[in-house]
Design a protein around this ligand. Structure first.
Ligand code: AMP
Length: 284
């Protein structure tokens, strides 16, 4: 596995692979890899000849009050994990490589970016769309694999790919969880052992709502209340959202139709740590 730090080198190596008719899959990450990331690399290997993992803690997707500075970083550990998972290239550029001095262009995806995460993290998806577009322009992958863990992000990226005719097939891989049910996340390193137990309220709340849907509930207010009530009586201090929405576009009807695919989305604070989780369910 090659570790690459510059866009020029990454661009020419990816081009060489394409000339040799290799199919490239890209796995964008912010590093501090865990089994969730490794599952994306494995999925990428199933569909492509060459896997490029990107590792970039993208400054433009963090607001000034967020955790950019303390976000965990460990390139040595990440490169060992990437190698073991079978990646061919690890692209770990500096901020200057991705955002050359005086850069003045960004990608805005309207609509789906403005809901849920977009309301609470207003610049977040601009940063995500911009960096993903840049990575695609450097690597020109045939496929890119993203995790369902960041469900709204997958919709934003798919919309951008359609709108900008980027020609990259977006693959969404399932959420990998601890045995306890806690969704794996690089940010779980911020949690104490006690908080990791308290954080199970998120996956439990999703399950309660999913069970209600399986038992025939179709009204969004009732589904949302089940999640809110369960989180409010827990150690979580603030709920940004705990909502059911249409999986295809995150719109929120008063009542879901039979057979409709729904995503249950939660973002909430445990102490200072903001955690997200979600699950997909089909209305009976
Ligand atoms: P991040 O490094 O947190 O930006 O995540 C990079 C990619 O890994 C994104 O597509 C995430 O959705 C995905 N990812 C993060 N956590 C998980 C998880 N627990 N299971 C599956 N994919 C994940």
């Amino acid at each position: 596995m090659k570790i690459i730090k510059t866009t020029n080198e990454m661009r020419s190596l990816a081009l060489e692979e394409k000339i040799s008719e290799k199919r490239i899959a890209c796995v964008p990450t912010m590093g501090f890899l865990h089994e969730g990331h490794l599952s994306l690399i494995k999925r990428a290997k199933q569909v492509a000849d060459v896997v490029v993992v990107t590792l970039f803690v993208n400054p433009t997707q963090f607001s000034p009050n967020e955790d950019f500075a303390q976000y965990p970083r460990d390139l040595q550990r990440d490169s060992e994990l990437c190698l073991a998972a079978g990646a061919d290239y690890l692209f770990a550029p500096s901020a200057e490589e991705i955002y050359p001095a005086g850069y003045n262009t960004e990608v805005t995806v309207k609509g789906v970016s403005e809901l849920f995460e977009g309301k609470f993290r207003p610049i977040h998806f601009n940063g995500v769309a911009t960096v993903v577009a840049k990575l695609f322009n450097i690597i020109h992958p045939d496929y890119a694999v993203f995790g369902q863990k960041d469900y709204q992000q997958t919709l934003v990226v798919k919309q951008m790919v359609r709108d900008l005719l980027l020609g990259v097939e977006i693959i969404v891989a399932p959420i990998i969880r601890e045995n306890s049910g806690l969704a794996k996340s690089s940010r779980n390193t911020y949690l104490s052992d006690e908080q990791k137990t308290q954080a199970l309220v998120l996956s439990q709340s999703l399950k309660l709502a999913a069970d209600a849907i399986a038992a025939g509930e179709t009204k969004s207010a009732k589904i949302n209340k089940i999640m809110h009530d369960n989180i409010e009586k827990s150690a979580f201090s603030k709920i940004d959202y705990a909502c059911a929405a249409r999986a295809k576009d995150l719109t929120e009807p008063e009542e879901f139709a039979h057979g409709e695919e729904v995503v249950l989305l939660i973002a909430a604070y445990l102490g200072k740590v903001r955690l997200i989780d979600n699950c997909l369910v089909t209305i009976k």
